[in-house]
Every structure is written in C-alpha cells, then in structure tokens.
Design a protein around this ligand. Structure first.
Ligand SMILES: Cc1cc2nc3c(=O)[nH]c(=O)nc-3n(C[C@H](O)[C@H](O)[C@H](O)COP(=O)(O)OP(=O)(O)OC[C@H]3O[C@@H](n4cnc5c(N)ncnc54)[C@H](O)[C@@H]3O)c2cc1C
Length: 389
C-alpha cells in the first residue's frame, strides 16, 4: 500500500504527525494548508506519555528532548488559599511506569520541529495557501479543490483541518462548532518578570467555582505558560487569537490567591489572548469512500484533561499504521475508525466530566482519589505505536 497517494488537509498537529509517520513508512503524502506561512499560536502544550510515544514513533525523539520540559512535579492548589492540596509525580517515575516522558512544550516549537522533519524528508510535501473548499470522489480516486484554484487528486484524502473543518462539512454537511460555555485566556510570561519561588510546583492547576487556572514552564524554564478557563453565557467573537487585557482576566479571578494575579499582571503587552472553547457533535462515522477525518475535525473536545492534541496525534499514528498494514484503502479506513472511535468518544466524555469536577468549587475535588486526571483515568497507558489495531 505504500504507493498510495495520500492528501492531507491541514498542517496542524495531527496533519504533520501523520505526514512524518507516513514518510517513515515509505509513503509520499502531500499536505495542503490554508495559511500562507507555517506557524502556530504562542501557547504551551502538554504532551503526556501517550502523545510522547506517538511523536517518538513519528521520529521526533530528539526534538522533544531539545524543546520539551519534564516538570518533575505537578500539583493542585486551592483557589482562595493557594494551599497545595494534591502533589503529583511527573518526572522519572512516569518514564518508568509508561515507558515515555511527560513533556510540556511551546506549541510553536513542536510545530516547527514537525514541519522541519516533514520538509527534510520531502521538500515538496507541504503546500501553503491552499484552503480546501470542495471535493468529489468516485470509487477509486478523490479530487480536492482549493480556494486558489488548485485541484489535486489522490487515493485517500484526510481531513486534519481542525475544529472548523471544511472536509467534515463536505462529508457530513455544515454543523457549526458548539460554544461550550468556556472561554480560555492564554498568556506567556517571562520568568524573570516574576518573584522567585512563585512557580512551585513547576506545573500547577488551581481550581475554584466556575474557574480554573493552569500554569507551567516551557522553553527551558524561561517562560511561564498559563491557561485561565472561565465560564460565560454567550460568545460573540470569532477566532483563536483575540487580544485580551490583563484587567479582563483579573476581573475573572477576583478573590483568588495572590499568585494568580501576580502572574497575570506580569503578562507583557501582546502576549495575552482569549478564545471560545468549542466542541462538535459526535459523528457516527468519520469516513465516506476515500475520505476520512482525524483530530479536532473528527472529535474536538474540552481542554480540561489536556488531551485534545494528544488524541489528535494518536489518531495520526494509528491512521498511518492502518494504511501501512491493510490490504486496501477501504480496509485501512474501516480499521482506523474501529480502532479510534470508542477511545476518542470516551476521552471527550471524560473531558466534560473533568470540567464539571474542576469548576465545581467543592472541597472533595481536592482529595486525591476524587481529583480526575488523564493519568488516573488510564488515558496515558495507551501506546499508539504498539496498540493492537
Ligand atoms: C485552551 C486550550 C488548551 C489546550 N491545551 C492542550 C494541551 O495541553 N494538550 C493537548 O493535548 N491538547 C490541548 N488542547 C487541544 C489542542 O490544541 C487541539 O486538540 C489540537 O490542536 C488539534 O489538532 P488538529 O491537528 O486536529 O487541528 P489543528 O492543530 O487545529 O490544525 C488544523 C490545521 O488545519 C488548517 N486548516 C483549517 N481549515 C483549513 C482548510 N479549509 N484548508 C486547509 N487547511 C485548513 C489550520 O490552519 C491548521 O493548520 C488545548 C485546546 C485549548 C482550546
């Protein structure tokens, strides 16, 4: 099957991981990205062992060691007192338990490493300024059309074009992403702008009524990434990177322990953004003929378990493995859906439960055995490089 022509729409996390993995298997995938330049938003990303296994399988071991931070310890703090209620191991013990590290990384660093890998393998693999608009297929080939007038044909088309996927709309009709009632404020703060000792433990979730505040270190410990999740009744603004103000975040976190405000106040101008957290209705199928979906296009989920990108990256590796080992495209796409549908629906459901748990403000949340994490749910025990498919 490694002569099959594979077109991937979207050079985001899952699209590039799929491209790298397929290249390692001997395929020559083509990636079509709507942006005119490659890049990612300025924000951090958690890569738990399940994602690390997938990225190592895709050939990113050195890049992870170079750009990823392994925080050693993480914790949960009380929103009002700041008291450390739960302490969690995130260092060598996890490596021993799961066979892969837990990393925190700047999204742009991971994305640049992925793009460099894909282009080093095949300098013609990524096509920019190609916004997917439509497609048609017969029994053996699929043709994709792009806003720039370009048309390409392939044996398989993979929609890796995120939460507002055009490929999904072309397959199953226009269903809009649903605003989940959560908005995310995202900030990057240089550590030298903060008082010593404030970033302890190095990775920390603070939770309280209707809000949570997660912060961790990236870029060799020089930068603090934070994601502040609050609840809203409605949302008018479109886009992933709407500038936000320090005052706006401080208003949301009035009454919280002082460190939260100290970190938010230190955010440099131009380093604070907000966006609406959206998910999608669960699809009963991801594939029609020669076209399938992966990542947020198939199953966007709430960010509370820090698993959306990890699950998208898992999809990419499993889909590549299915294409490598199946006797036909039909068999590969069927095998892929069977391997992924239940797991992705389950993680999406658990992410919704985690949201309610973190924002409940109830005291039992701070008991270790009641605190929901991707680790305690067993999400990290999945190894996409070796799991049976
Ligand atoms: C606040 C917040 C925090 C998060 N934190 C984490 C975390 O810590 N860990 C984690 O695992 N996940 C996290 N996530 C989730 C994660 O960011 C996403 O699940 C992940 O990026 C999805 O990857 P993807 O490849 O499906 O889509 P994306 O990474 O969104 O990539 C889609 C790509 O497709 C392109 N595209 C879109 N439309 C078209 C088109 N018509 N034609 C061509 N190209 C197109 C886009 O430009 C983009 O490059 C978080 C999400 C949020 C909201």
């Amino acid at each position: 099957m490694n002569k099959a022509e594979i077109a991937i729409v979207g050079a985001g996390m899952s699209g590039l991981v799929a491209a790298c993995t397929l290249q390692r298997m001997g395929f020559r995938p083509r990636v079509y990205e709507k942006s005119a330049a490659l890049g990612e938003v300025g924000a951090g990303l958690t890569l738990a062992p399940n994602a690390t296994h997938a990225l190592q399988f895709a050939g990113l071991t050195d890049a992870l060691a170079m750009h990823g931070m392994s925080p050693g310890r993480a914790g949960v703090r009380h929103w009002r007192t700041g008291k450390l209620m739960i302490s969690l191991e995130r260092g060598d013990q996890l490596l021993e338990q799961f066979g892969a590290r837990y990393y925190q990384i700047h999204r742009a660093d991971l994305h640049a490493a992925l793009a460099a890998k894909v282009l080093a393998n095949d300098s013609a693999a990524i096509h920019l300024d190609c916004e997917f608009t439509a497609m048609r297929q017969d029994g053996s080939r699929v043709e994709a059309q792009f806003a720039n007038g370009e048309r390409v044909t392939a044996d398989v088309l993979i929609g890796a074009d995120g939460v507002r996927s055009g490929v999904r709309a072309a397959l199953f009709g226009q269903d809009q992403p649903r605003f989940t009632g959560y908005i995310a404020f995202r900030g990057l703060v240089p550590c030298d702008a903060l008082p010593t000792g404030i970033i302890e433990p190095p990775s920390c979730l603070s939770t309280g009524p209707d809000r949570s505040f997660t912060r961790y270190l990236i870029r060799g410990g020089r930068v603090v990434n934070y994601v502040a999740l609050a609840q809203r009744d409605g949302w008018q603004e479109e886009g992933w990177s709407i500038p936000a103000t320090v005052d706006e975040v401080l208003r949301e976190y009035h009454g919280w322990y002082d460190d939260v405000a100290t970190i938010v106040r230190a955010t440099p101008v131009g380093s604070l953004f907000k966006w609406a957290v959206c998910d999608r209705a669960t699809l009963p199928a991801w594939t029609q003929g020669r076209v399938t979906l992966m990542g947020d296009a198939a199953h966007a989920m709430l960010p509370f378990l820090g698993s959306g990108a990890a699950i998208a990256i898992e999809d990419a590796v499993i889909l590549a493995r299915c294409l490598e080992c199946s006797e036909s495209i039909d068999a590969a796409l069927q095998r892929y859906f069977l391997a992924r549908h239940e797991r992705t629906a389950w993680v999406a459901q658990k992410s919704r439960e985690a949201a309610r748990n973190y924002h409940s403000g109830r005291s039992e949340h701070y008991q270790r055995d009641k605190h929901i994490t991707a680790e305690s749910l067993g999400i990290w025990a999945y190894n996409p490089a070796t799991v049976s498919i």
